[in-house]
Design a protein around this ligand. Sequence first.
Ligand SMILES: *[C@@H]1O[C@H](CO)[C@@H](O)[C@H](O)[C@H]1NC(C)=O
Ligand SMILES: *[C@@H]1O[C@H](CO)[C@@H](O)[C@H](O)[C@H]1NC(C)=O
Length: 825
Amino acid sequence: MCLSKVHKAALFLFYNLLIRFPLYSQANTLDCTPRKTVNYEDANLKTFAEQGISNYSTLLLSEEHNLLFVGARDAIFALNIDNVSDSISQEMWAVPEHKRNECMYKGKSRETDCRNYIRILHRLTETRMYICGTNAFHPTCDYMVINSGKIQLEKKPEDSKGKCPFDPTQRYASVMVDGEFYSATANNFLGSEPILLRSLKNNLRTEYETSWLNEPNFVHLDVVQESEGTADGDDDKIYLFFSETAVEFEFYNKLVVSRIARVCKGDLGGQRTLQRKWTSFLKASLICSAPELSFPFNIIQDVFVLRASNWRDNIFFAVFTPQWGIQDISAVCAFSMAKIQEVFNEGKYKSPVTIEQFRIKWVMYSGTVPVPRPGSCINNNIRKSGFKTSLDLPDRTLQFVKDHPLMDDVVTSINSQPKLIKQGTKYTQIAVHRVAAANQKEYDVIFLGTDSGYLHKALSLEREMFIIEEVQMFLPAEPVQNLQLSPKRGQLYVGSSSQVVQVPVAVCTRYINCWDCVLARDPYCAWDKTTSQCVDISKKNSHVLNLVQNVENGDPSECPSHENYKAESRMIIPGNNMLLNCYSTSNLAHMQWLLNRRVIPAADSKYLYLNDGLLIFNVSIADEGQYDCQSVETVAGKPFTQVTASYLLQSSEYKPGIEYPIPTETLPGAKPAISTLPTSPGTNVRVGNLPMTQSYLQTEFTLKGFLVLFVMMFILLLAWNVYKGHVPMPLRPSRNGNTRPPTSLLNNSVQQLEEKTPLPEGPQFQGALSNVDLPLTSITNASPLEKNSNNNSIALENAHSSCARPLFVLDELEYIDADQTDSKA
Ligand SMILES: *[C@@H]1O[C@H](CO)[C@@H](O)[C@H](O)[C@H]1NC(C)=O
Ligand SMILES: *[C@@H]1O[C@H](CO)[C@@H](O)[C@H](O)[C@H]1NC(C)=O
């Protein structure tokens, strides 16, 4: 898509009026920054990939066998569930040459399409599994036996169209319920005939009509045992989640809608009408939209059913992306069982009305609805009226449900708004874990896989969602295709094109001190005061009293009082630049430097605030003193401050016994005891007590000369690189990990400065940089990020904001807009 100037102007207006303003007044924000970023190198994950095998996208957890079954291309693996790197057994299931050729003659790629992508893996019995593959556009199912960890195909392949997709790139869904296999996929080679099929026992299928399924993208199938603990003798239900082209909206373009459909487990089809078809197929729209955004999140990507002990309390969590508007944005919505039941059991139906010769409009049906209610499962009431199974249902009811599968009522999300909106990220997979915190209160932790290979771990609270961390799982980046959770083991299993990765739900040792541990609000972790460690609470319950955790507010005030930082001594080498390191443990914290307990303003041209420390230009004896790096992190609206590094700058060159003066800054109003040379501010070299004055001055000037020379060389180099396009111009927001250990020492040359300066991004840097009186600024100003640099306060606010506070800045939108339009142009 190529946008014209007019379009851009329109988009700009649209963003301004519809997005920017309402966001300022809304509790939701689009930029919910993960508190911690764990880079691939630091993630230390267990992985599995077999030489020559790819597309590890089908996963099945088997706690009973302690195995993770993996369906890949032409192969199935049984991995140790505790260590996926440990492969227990494998079975190959490749496509014979003549079948591959046959597939190729039908116009498919021999190398990619005409392979056997394992798509279905379900447990049938303790020792037998059902398994299907695309088999070179010829879907085939087979059985597989498990014998003490060894897997073996029974080699009784059956043609299985409707059970498994033909096309490996097409989405599908399936579930096995009591030996009956439910599948939602394409029923033909072209992929044009969608079907929801029940097979193996009591075969039933959907009517092939656009009012039932219209170019659907199937996402998830699941069962809810609604017959449990009910007095009305209701049936279990199978729920299907998908998106499809809407039939009910007239639009200049195809509008996609997300749906939830359901069928009854006991459905046996009709006697005459709907013979061997579902008599209980009903669907409703799933709505995930934010009042403040003008576009809906209409494309469902994945679903996770959080099961409660009573099925009525089940929650369906789903991730959505929009069809229009901002593209790299996702939302998480939650749907209650009660709302879903209400819509299907009591909602109105939609009805097609022909308004012109060929135009059909879907409107609310307001006529009389036949009895028994179309689409309902057979319950006690219906049985009492003499209808024992769906085969007994009257034609009127069946004809009605055949013509009116769509409900007029819609399934809205809990609180009618998303739990989370995240800009800059496309979520592909979701899993939810309900965990008890140290105080025994339960919290929902939501794991989200992204299309760039990250795993986000988010805490879901009543009115807020907080992203605890992001873990980089794949390098190079690739989309997360499957995400499975073992609540029992506290492990996540992630499938992608290239490998399987195992990720623990929490690594508490990553939180390095009490503050870090508590501010993280990670329900899995708490600070153990006895051992001074951040511990996994599921492995501790003996000395609960000594645990500090505050999931709700992240308030670290209960932490042992300031872990005292011993100030590190640093020697001043006059004329050099000096870097004092200070690493943030949180993306939401911002750094503040103090000199002798007074804040060093970011605007002071003497200093440069960097992401990993403070750079002092041209140090001199006047810079002596104590430098404290303070981390300020705001959680739930409250700022918390903590010193994370301390340095004592001293000039130790002086011969022992010679007294040198106290820096004037520490003695306001005091006259220097010695005369000073009239040099430029910030470089006051006091020479009175110094031996070898001349040599000192000479060194000073030589160094200054070098400094100027190097800065000029650096500018030329950078300018050349920018001109050549080696330096990407829109600087992307930092993905810098904050878990790396402090490494670098004194930075006393401009060459080292060169390496440092182009890298740092982020608000502190921008804010500080605009005020640095160096030719550097003119270069960096060319970057789009510079737009923020004249407003330090906004930039800073961005850095320590949580998901609960409004912080959307117009400049960001302009930037995103420009970026997008460019990439599409
Ligand atoms: C996991 O299995 C691999 C391969 O067998 C082995 O090298 C590794 O040490 C195991 N890791 C652990 C933590 O047991
Ligand atoms: C299979 O994996 C390859 C890379 O390993 C990827 O390019 C391709 O898109 C994958 N195919 C499917 C159908 O997932």
